[in-house]
Design a protein around this ligand. Sequence first.
Ligand SMILES: *Cc1c(COP(=O)(O)O)cnc(C)c1O
Length: 492
Amino acid sequence: MVDDTDPFLSLDPQGADWDRLRATGHHMLDMMFDNLREIREQPVWQPLPDDIRTGFRHTPVPEHGMDAEAFGETFKQMVLPYSVGNRHPGFMGWVHGGGTPVGMLAEMLAAGLNANLGGRDHAPVEVERMVIRWASSLMGFPETASGLFVTGSSMANFIAVIVASRAAKDGLSLRQNGVGQRSLVGYAACSAHGCISRAFDLAGLGSDALRLVPVDDAFRMDTTALKAMIAADRQAGFEPFLVVGTAGTVDVGAIDPLDVISGIATKEELWFHVDGAFGAMAALSPHFKKALSGLERADSLAFDFHKWAQVPYDAGCVIVRDATKHAAAFAQTLSYLSREDRGLAAGAPWFCDLGPDLSRGFRALKVWATLSVYGTQRLGRMVDHCCAVARHLEARVDAEPMLELMAPVTLDIVCFRLRDCTLTDEQLDHLNGEIVKDVQIAGLAVPSTTRINGRLVIRAAIVNHRTMAADVDRMVDAVLAFAARRGLTAPG
Ligand SMILES: *Cc1c(COP(=O)(O)O)cnc(C)c1O
């Protein structure tokens, strides 16, 4: 006999417990609003204390539950103060978005709805289609383009490499037969993100099949070299199928000459893919959109809403111009075109036919919310402001005798380095790296490092809508203060 009377069978509260949980929920929401509102008052980042780390590492699986309020308190003590720091205006490390309170609310709505967007016929699927259509039109793609929300640009680039290889001559046979004896090769600038090479690896093409094209002085793909490399590969019996341009390289924010690459791709009959992880969002700004010229001619585009568009993690997106080619690369049966004609199983094609995931969350909701509440004009102004803050930092670096600019500033990334003529390059590499750690641990600012032409440099990526000129000044002041403490002296 089944006993339905035990109140603990369902995981929902019972009776008046609903009101208690509701109060806890309001309290949690207030905690996060307070935390966001006062984010400036906190250290940018602080190391996780040993006792808390030990707690995580030794707490056993709970056999008996605790109440949600107590859990909220645990979160507040153990997690809230010790997160990445990317919401803070002093965070300029790597290329991280800052998130917004509206995005936070949308995440809650999506979790409340608990929709699975693998397929079927319901409003959340239409929301994702709408946002993909918006994204296509923002990027200059036709509204008929296909697309998909994924975790991030790493996955979006991987999907694009798969679609491109399936769109190559006899490419669809790769789906059944694997790569076999074929020698498909693709091209990207040596400044391309590591996930492109990983995509070749994961796709079974092998990372060596991604040819790395040299860059010019401005860190943009050298397209003369690209042409020569394609010709040499054809001569040697390889099958070039893809060229990847980057709109906003992760190291310095350079934009490859997308127009020229697009011309070469057309002439050579290669798939033209753009990795616009953060840089594609420059399309929101009337001032920077021209810099992306050529992007609108790409066959596919990968980009993130969680970086410059400030949508909370994670929210990557891939767009494919030719919807048929996109589906042909992933759909497992032709039935994807002829699902049920009515009822919940209607509404083909489904998102599960466009990528590797079957079950998928409602990422599109937080993007819809962000675009709806802020609008593209305001987001475009935010993009402009980030670039202006980067210019301010560039000017500050130029004006400081201790600092040296290490790459031209195209968008929102500034790479610089402390100098001292008494030290070797290796000593300076070490010192710049140590000073970045000093500044991070002090909680004053979070720049990160990267390597340019073999040298370790300090990188500040202004991707957070909260970062103002005063914040980058504070970061520079902190770098200089720690440099002085370590005995670096201005050139005489
Ligand atoms: C961040 C970034 C990626 C990877 O994107 P994720 O969303 O972190 O997976 C790829 N390419 C470029 C240029 C990036 O800046």
